[in-house]
Design a protein around this ligand. Sequence first.
Ligand code: FNR
Length: 411
Amino acid sequence: RAIYMGGLAGRRPTVPVGMADLEAAAARCMSAEGYAYIAGGAGREDTMARNLSAFGHWQIKPRMLFDVAEQDTSVELFGRRLPTPFLLCPIGVLEMAHPEADVAVARAAADTGMPYIFSSQASRTMEDCAAAMGDAPRWFQLYWSKSDEMVESFVSRAEACGCEAIVVTLDTTLLGWRTRDLELAHLPFLHGKGIAQYTSDPVFRRQLAEPLPGPDAKQPLNRHTLRVLMQVLRKWPDGMLDGLRSGQALAAVRRFIATYSRPTLTWDDLAFLRERTKLPILLKGILDPEDARKSLDYGVDGLLVSNHGGRQVDGSVATIEQLPGIVTAVDGRMPVIMDSGIRGGADAFKALALGATAVGIGRPYCYGLAIAGEAGVREVLANFHADFQLTMALAGCRSIAEIDRDRITGP
Ligand code: FNR
């Protein structure tokens, strides 16, 4: 209604309503590197495409005459009632989209009440984002560092700034084969982007003075990488790394690259986290029912079924295809959230009908951010909500509980 009423007053939407136009408009607002980083996927981008097309396996079966004048789109997650079943996925390096980056997203998310999952690789600190959100819900996404102390520090900072859950992302122990970034020979982290959570961290700052852990200590950066780093350092604006002097800034980038993830992580390591926080722990990147079952054995509180928006293993399954098997494996014992490919109300409806408790929005809100900052994000989120609510009503559902398996048809 807001859009149509605006039209009467001669106003057009701030961001395109359709997803293809939204992406195209965002591309025009970003550098080639920024757009490639956000829009791209791994390999031939088959999985990225499949994340969208696989929703086509299921169709909604609208039911009639149910008095759908009012709809309740709220859901309960970890004891908190949320106004919609949407969350904002953690997205790193948002400064590639807009200078206000994560803080603009935090403000927009807070307006809608949709939980915002702060990324470990954010461009703004979790404290700055939390300060912009009042009491609105936020979670923290953890990349499990090689350093236990860093893991502890991130988790305690997340608790201190009001995060209500810890999301451990498991699918990025190594960076995927991102063809668009490779073509441009551009890795944002080498440019000191997306490392604000680290450079603001007391443990990380202390560790800068220590030798790098493990084999990395013996493997200084090769000449090429060093040359790129030196070029980058010269271009850094003042204050970009929170006032670190340039020698320290170089050390910060090196240390970040050497320690941000722990490829040796196994199920048994989860106990370390369990002992250190009372917050719900979710695993992000689960794609196999067996892993979902195992998560229950290891005391996990929720799952995020995700293939990282098709950015990690090209040729891997679409998340919506894996959702039913995972929901069956979990059997109602913890919430199952899904992301990767949610592009409108119908997608969210289908995911909920297949048993998801909520869904995550990724790239679309970045596009809103690139086009119009906070206002752009707010509009994209409002459009998702409105589209979903309409889909619900037209399908004959008054509450989320009514969106069940009978409302869709498919394999
Ligand atoms: C991501 N994603 C991501 N995930 C995560 O756990 N931590 C992170 O820092 C990031 N960073 C990131 C950057 C960019 C540019 C993208 C596009 C994605 C993955 C993200 O949380 C989510 O899983 C996907 O974006 C969902 O897919 P769609 O909605 O983008 O298709």
